[in-house]
Write a protein that binds this ligand. Structure first.
Ligand code: E4P
Length: 254
């Protein structure tokens, strides 16, 4: 009974859902295609994966012809961790072809596809061929359910872009988490499980709320990751420890 209680917890989250779920870890991915940022985040010892997209690759200044070699570099730098590489094809056939090529680059590459008719069809074909797919640009629970049924291994609901248009991204995320966690996806994709990647993260509060809601993963840009780590009271504490240590210490009497 005690063990049961240890591994399962009933939670009422801020959005009123009651979730009974296995206690595991919210893992942090970095949302970037910049090799220096990935290497730095990896050096901290808590990085669990990387997500990229065409805009993030464009920000690195990389050329189109270097896209696949660049993805391979990220995959090698993060050996053993999932690295999402996004297809830019617009047809199901094109996505399947590009997805096969991307996934053949390295075993830890996850193919990222947009949630749309072509994306769903390509997802099913790739999942049937044993390729892991991260379904992106998810903005509603129904899109998430369709993606999971089409064989997505990861589903990426976007939070920040909702907030950008003055809507509540976290409440959408809450609905996605509740819908996906209600079902067993063990026969739908190569790993038999679906993980939710909270995407379009802008603030540490997005990361905290995503964890409280039971999202499996948050993918976080470098600037927000640093904000997640730093706290003024930590800085103040460090400064006062250093100052006290530098002042004349109290010695044991002889
Ligand atoms: C998801 O994996 C995307 O890369 C991402 O989080 C997009 O977020 P944005 O809204 O900051 O562009």
């Amino acid at each position: 009974m005690f063990l049961h209680l240890l591994y399962w917890r009933c939670t009422r989250n801020g959005y009123g859902h009651i979730a009974a779920r296995r206690v595991c870890h919210e893992v942090l991915f970095i949302d970037t295609a910049n090799l220096d940022e990935i290497a730095e985040a990896k050096s901290w010892g808590c990085l669990a994966g990387v997500t990229t997209n065409p805009s993030l690759y464009a920000k690195t200044g990389g050329k189109l012809a270097d896209f696949e070699p660049h993805m391979l570099k990220i995959a090698e730098l993060c050996e053993g961790l999932p690295v999402s590489a996004e297809s830019t094809a617009t047809t199901a056939e094109g996505m399947v072809e590009e997805g096969r090529r991307l996934s053949a680059l390295a075993p830890n590459i996850v193919v990222k596809l947009p949630v749309c008719e072509a994306g769903l069809a390509a997802c099913r074909a790739l999942a049937d061929a044993g390729v892991r797919v991260n379904m992106t640009l998810v903005f509603s629970p129904t899109q998430a359910l369709m993606a999971a049924n089409a064989g997505a291994r990861y589903i990426s609901p976007f939070v920040g872009r909702y907030d950008d248009i003055a809507l509540d991204g976290l409440s959408q995320l809450a609905d996605v988490v509740a819908c996906i966690k209600n079902y067993d996806w063990s026969d739908k994709n190569p790993d038999g499980r679906v993980e939710i990647i909270t995407a379009s993260v802008r603030t540490p509060n997005h990361v905290t709320q995503a964890a409280l809601l039971g999202a499996d993963i948050a993918t976080v840009p470098m600037a927000a990751l640093k904000k997640c780590l730093h706290h003024p009271l930590t800085d103040q504490g460090l400064a006062s420890f250093a100052a006290d240590w530098a002042s004349p210490p109290i010695r044991d009497s002889p």
